[in-house]
Design a protein around this ligand. Structure first.
Ligand code: 5AD
Length: 348
């Protein structure tokens, strides 16, 4: 077992020969606990409206340059049908924190997916009130994703201002989600301005203490239409070297996450692929990840779901991506996952 201080040592390691040992260990742990299957989760970005003012995210309500959309039920169900055609086991519905997504409207869609298809349903809709989360769970939703972004409270509050007069406590919300019976997922961004190595090591240790079922991590990518991207908000001084928002640092975090949470489902993320379009996804899969989230959002909306600029998924069609990804998975000696691909407890 890795202690928090050992995690910290690995985060500071820059010798590629030593890091090779980390990649090999992470890959062995991945294989032993979750096997060679790569689960494919079809991502549907159902709305880019958001009431929040997160300093890093292009969907923040203060960004007036962004055209906004909210998909219709028929549009969502078309994406669901595509997930089925491609043989995916899960559909992930994601959005900004959008109260235009009404509780009953979405509950009805969840019920339809659960009765008309064998798909698992994952939600990623921000910090909704507990009644909403309960209604969607009762409608059949299986999983919920909510990144805590950073375990440094001061930094979190700065980059993620409170809304609706409520202090945001995502760790508490994750516990409530679990109590409702959701599989719960979280994660962080890597290289947020002001992030320290020590706090990133603590983030990874928290993945373990929270016993997360799913963990998504990716590099922070500057968005010019945000206060952080424009350098307008002063972040706490990271005391010494800041964490770089690089590809290499992302691989370290993916690998360490796998080692501390052997059973978790861990995606090789789009943000990582944005830094290395040629090999990012595969290197993530080779260094601990076991999930890919192909984007199924209709083309006319895709460029508007601009969390950060130059997202890797903007150009290609869903089908082209799908065909290419299957070939890449097989070329790695891995296989596409079958079934919903939930967490399997006590794998070893
Ligand atoms: N760079 C990288 N990741 C980002 N996210 C939001 N904005 C950015 C950005 N500028 C991530 C957050 C959020 C997830 C949906 O996208 O971690 O939880």
């Amino acid at each position: 077992m890795l202690t928090e201080s050992q995690i910290l040592v690995w985060l500071r390691e820059n010798e590629l020969a030593r890091l090779e040992e980390l990649w090999i260990l992470a890959d062995a742990v991945r294989r032993a606990h979750v096997g060679d299957e790569v689960h494919l989760r079809g991502l549907v970005e159902i709305s880019n409206h958001c009431i929040r003012q997160c300093g890093y995210c292009g969907l923040r309500s203060g960004n007036r340059t962004l055209g906004r959309y909210r998909m219709t039920e028929a549009e969502v169900m078309d994406c669901v049908a595509e997930a089925l055609r491609f043989g995916y086991g899960t559909v992930v519905m994601q959005s900004g924190e959008d109260y235009g997504i009404q509780t009953e409207w979405l509950a009805n869609i969840i019920r339809r997916i659960k009765t008309e298809t064998p798909l698992a349903v994952t939600l990623s809709l921000g910090e909704r009130p507990i009644e909403d989360l309960r209604a969607w769970r009762e409608a059949g939703a299986d999983r919920y994703l909510l990144r805590f972004e950073t375990s440094n409270r001061e930094l979190y509050r700065l980059i993620h201002p409170d809304a609706r007069g409520q202090v945001s406590d995502r760790v508490a919300l994750l516990r409530q989600l679990r109590a409702l019976g959701y599989e719960t997922g979280s994660g962080v961004m890597i290289g947020i301005p002001g992030q320290t190595y020590a706090s990133l090591a603590h983030d990874i240790d928290m993945f373990r203490t929270l016993d997360l079922d799913m963990i998504g991590v990716g590099p922070y990518i500057e968005h010019p239409e945000t206060p952080l991207g424009r350098g307008e908000w002063r972040c706490p001084d990271p005391e010494g070297e800041p964490v770089p928002n690089t590809e290499l640092m992302t691989y370290k975090v993916v690998a360490l996450t796998r080692i501390v949470c052997p059973e978790a489902n861990i995606p090789s993320t789009t943000a990582l692929a944005t830094l290395n379009r040629v090999q990012g996804r595969e290197l993530g899969l080779a260094r601990g990840a076991n999930v890919i989230m192909p984007n199924l959002t209709p083309p006319q909306y895709r460029s508007q779901y601009e969390i950060y600029p130059a997202k890797a998924c903007i150009q290609e069609t869903s089908r082209a991506f799908h065909t290419d990804m299957l070939a890449r998975i097989r070329a790695m000696g891995r296989e596409p996952g079958r079934g919903p691909g939930g967490r399997i407890h006590g794998s070893k």
